[in-house]
Design a protein around this ligand. Structure first.
Ligand SMILES: Cc1cc2nc3c(=O)[nH]c(=O)nc-3n(C[C@H](O)[C@H](O)[C@H](O)COP(=O)(O)OP(=O)(O)OC[C@H]3O[C@@H](n4cnc5c(N)ncnc54)[C@H](O)[C@@H]3O)c2cc1C
Ligand SMILES: Cc1cc2nc3c(=O)[nH]c(=O)nc-3n(C[C@H](O)[C@H](O)[C@H](O)COP(=O)(O)O)c2cc1C
Length: 773
């Protein structure tokens, strides 16, 4: 085959040499606009695993890289005069120049034609090529030329960064955080050969501008960074090798990361097949340092496919199709992790630097990509993690003797006002549709009893309705009379008398989503008969089959508030430890909060303050009658997942209002506000809302949504992304979810009910046996 690679970065060079090695008969040219052995940038990092993959395909290249590698295990954080180090992270670093030199030399040895100082204009400049590799980097001209086919999605991110070097040496991957009068800067610092260190400095656009760096030339920018990081640099200067930049062009040394994705990776231009590779088709932020890895692995995969399916011109279309199919998933996974890590560095200055203590900041930083979990950190550096768990337990008020293994964060107590829950697991509120006339019965007693005996720290009732017409369905539980109060008291007393668990009461009003069928019938559809009238913020029905609600009058609002107050009073009498006001999921209070369902022209509609007014009125009214030593939680839909609806920004504003009103904790759910919502589901998918509200507003939060393993709870709690984790569906599948998860992670210090002890022994030894096999 005749192959031309446009761009002699890692992708183009490596693919060229792999294909030449696969079959020396291929005629391969790499066209590069730079001079030979000339490049921008300093060191790059990738993992041992990438190198192992390279060795399989071309041992001489892997050997040469291995000799030039700098290997290190530790990550060190410097913030606020503190340094914290943890090990076991296993990086390899190499100068970008050195890497390219190795690839260029290997290309030459294999007889790949290298054409330097030549700018390729177009993929059609090579009419004899069967295959053109567009490995021309993040600003790929070839990608832009065929944008209609490749359909690139390029997102420019808000942080500014500058890629510098220094002769100051560091013996770990260092993250340095420095505060200025305008905000925080961070440096990502790693040595890549015996004498040189990469020093990437990053800050949000507004901080960058506030320092006038948009007006600074390269030398002025470097001088600014030297002053800022002086205490880490010893007597060494920072060095710029941005030869591709105009040194006098103001602000030019600082760039924004561009995240690139493409819908289509290849095409036929009428004479050659053209395929994008490396940064030209996908980028990954340097926060997890994997752009070079992706480029090299692209080259390996395309070579593997040619080897498997035939490396002659007629196989090109099929191979290119498979190439995209095979690579796309791995790349997306890595891009998602890189995105999380990148976002962490974008918000770190406003969200974490001042809010988290250095110990917790370190944990948050290490788990920023969400790929490294709590137990994974234990494998990397058990001693560091144990030290952190000990620190966390002490912060939670637990005295753990030095010779005793500290509990993981999931099993530390948590206190709000006069309430202390024994661990961080909450049985999330879940409608059971099993009440008669709102009265919780034997089903409820057994349901909550089983989950209290099952180890959860706090159990919430389902949305308990404040009046008969506040119910979602005829099966919903209520608290509008004393019989119901006594029904709940029987349950609360059982829980308190037989377990360490606490009981929470979720109070709500269904609003426009009321008078519908049970959850397992035509949920959200009206009853076949016996419907009751509905109220909402505005007279907008929920779904196509739904009843039209009336927009609440002031009198309706006062009457509903009185119902909430009466129910809160009865809840206190029943002995509930915490009250949660349900302001989520499109029910009455939520219908006021969302602009999609609130189109009122009075003081309860319009701005976020107005939309929150009624929920705040209800909150103030129940707070006045709820005992002062018991906390109140607010459940919010932190995103409506619908255009024009509330987003996380609104949730932050609403949480601020509730904090100012005296709420104790925000339970961060999302959605279910309007039919037609498009939520983005995934593991722990709502936790970012809890994280943001907790650390930006400064109020405790509950995370909920697809949290289904102890590892998830530990990650969320340990990183300070929330204070409690609510777990719903796993508790429907397993009432003893908490006890079982404790056993899986080897947490012994949790009491099983005495009568169940022999079951515990067998459960734990079966787990040990399964692990050993
Ligand atoms: C600050 C920073 C730090 C990074 N750190 C890391 C890291 O630690 N680890 C990591 O793995 N990755 C890192 N990367 C990313 C990494 O540099 C890229 O992902 C990687 O180089 C991609 O390789 P590539 O071959 O696709 O593109 P490039 O390396 O960009 O190569 C493209 C080549 O094409 C040439 N070219 C472009 N257009 C033309 C044309 N029209 N004609 C001829 N030649 C052309 C360019 O001169 C260039 O040599 C970092 C990037 C940045 C910006
Ligand atoms: C059957 C069922 C009933 C629910 N009822 C309520 C409820 O009454 N009040 C509430 O706030 N959330 C309710 N939810 C939402 C859960 O509390 C929780 O937020 C959601 O299921 C996500 O958590 P998970 O992924 O752990 O299931 C319900 C969920 C389920 C599955």
């Amino acid at each position: 085959m005749r192959i031309v690679c446009i761009g002699g970065g890692p992708a183009g060079l490596y693919f060229a040499l792999l294909m030449k090695q696969l079959n020396p008969a291929h005629r391969i040219t790499v066209v590069e606009r730079n001079k030979p052995y000339d490049t921008f940038g300093w060191g790059v990092v990738f993992s041992d695993a990438t190198l192992a993959g390279m060795r399989e395909w071309d041992a001489p290249t892997a050997d040469a890289i291995e000799v030039a590698f700098n290997h290190w295990d530790d990550i060190e954080l410097h913030i606020g005069g503190r340094s914290i180090r943890s090990g076991g992270h296993g990086f390899v670093g190499i100068g970008r120049k050195k890497l390219l030199n190795i690839l260029q030399a290997r290309c030459e040895a294999l007889d790949v034609e290298l054409v330097f100082e030549t700018e390729a204009d177009s993929d059609t400049d090579y009419p004899d090529a069967d295959l053109v590799i567009a490995s021309d980097g993040v600003s790929s001209r070839i990608r832009q030329r065929h944008a209609a086919v490749f359909q690139p999605d390029v997102v420019t991110r808000p942080n500014r960064f500058i890629w510098l070097g220094t002769k100051q040496l560091f013996d770990a991957f260092n993250f340095l955080f420095e505060k200025t009068e305008h905000g925080w800067f961070q440096a990502h610092v790693y040595k890549f050969d015996d004498t040189t260190t990469t020093f990437i400095i990053e800050t949000p656009e507004e901080v960058w501008k506030a320092h006038g760096l948009d007006q600074a030339d390269v030398a002025q920018s470097v001088a600014f960074c030297e002053r800022l990081f002086a205490r880490h640099l010893g007597s060494h200067p920072l060095l710029s090798n941005a030869r591709h930049l105009d040194p006098l062009k103001r602000g030019s040394a600082w760039i924004n990361f561009q995240r690139v994705r493409c819908k289509q990776w290849s095409l036929f231009n009428g004479q050659s097949h053209v395929v994008l590779m490396g940064d030209a088709v996908h980028t990954a932020h340097f926060a997890i340092g994997s752009g070079t890895k992706l480029a090299l692995e692209d080259a390996i995969e395309l070579t593997r496919l040619f080897k498997t399916h035939g490396d002659t011109a007629e196989h090109i279309p099929a191979v290119l199709q498979r190439y995209q199919a095979e690579r796309e998933i791995d790349v997306l996974r890595l891009q998602n992790a890189a995105w999380n890590a990148m976002e962490w560095f974008e918000v770190v200055g406003t969200r974490y630097c001042d809010a988290l203590e250095p110990e917790q900041f370190m944990y948050s930083m290490l788990t920023r990509s969400q790929r490294i979990s709590h137990e994974n950190l234990r494998l990397r550096d058990a001693a560091w993690l144990e030290g952190y768990e000990r620190w966390f337990a002490a912060r939670a008020g637990l005295e753990v003797p030095a010779h005793v293994r500290p509990p993981s964060p999931m099993f530390t107590p948590y206190t709000l006002r006069g309430l202390t829950v024994p661990n961080r697991v909450v049985v999330s509120p879940m409608a059971l549709y099993s009440a008669v006339d709102g009265l919780p019965g034997d089903f409820h007693l057994v349901h909550f009893g089983a989950r209290a005996l099952g180890g959860a720290g706090l159990l919430y009732t389902e949305m308990t309705c404040v009046s008969p017409d506040a119910r979602i369905t005829p099966g919903c539980a209520g608290l509008w009379n004393d019989t119901q109060r006594d029904g709940w008291k029987r349950i609360v007393d059982f829980v308190h008398g037989n377990s360490g668990a606490k009981m929470g009461l979720q109070l709500g009003h269904a609003g426009r989503k009321g008078s519908t069928q049970l959850g397992w019938q035509q949920a959200d559809d009206p009853l076949p008969e016996g419907n009751w009238p509905l109220f909402s913020a505005s007279a907008i029905p929920y779904g196509a089959n739904s009843q039209r609600p009336s927009a609440m009058t002031r009198a309706d609002m006062d009457s509903a508030t009185a119902d909430f107050v009466a129910a809160a009073r009865r809840g206190a009498e029943a002995g509930f430890d915490i009250l949660e006001l349900h302001c989520a999921h499109g029910y009455l209070l939520s219908s006021f909060l969302s602009p999609l369902t609130n189109q009122r022209g009075d003081e309860h509609g319009g701005s976020v303050e107005n939309r929150a007014r009624f929920a705040l009125e209800v909150f103030a009214a129940i707070r006045a009658v709820w005992p002062g030593d018991r906390p109140i939680s607010i459940r919010l839909s932190c995103h409506d997942w619908f255009p024009g609806g509330n987003t996380a920004d609104d949730a932050v504003a609403i949480a601020r209002l509730f904090k100012a009103a005296g709420a104790d904790i925000i339970d961060c759910s999302s959605g279910q506000v309007v039919a037609g919502q498009k939520p983005v589901y995934g593991r722990m998918y709502q936790t970012p809302f809890a994280d943001r509200i907790r650390n930006e507003v400064g109020i405790p939060t509950v995370a909920v949504g697809s949290i289904f393993e102890a590892d998830h709870v530990n990650m969320v709690i340990a990183a300070g992304r929330a204070d409690l984790c609510a777990v719903a569906r796993p508790h429907l599948a397993d009432p003893a979810w908490t006890l079982h998860e404790a056993a899986k992670i080897g947490h012994q210090a949790i009491a099983w009910p005495q009568p169940y002890l022999s079951g515990r022994g067998q459960f734990e030894s079966n787990l040990r046996r399964a692990k050993a096999n």
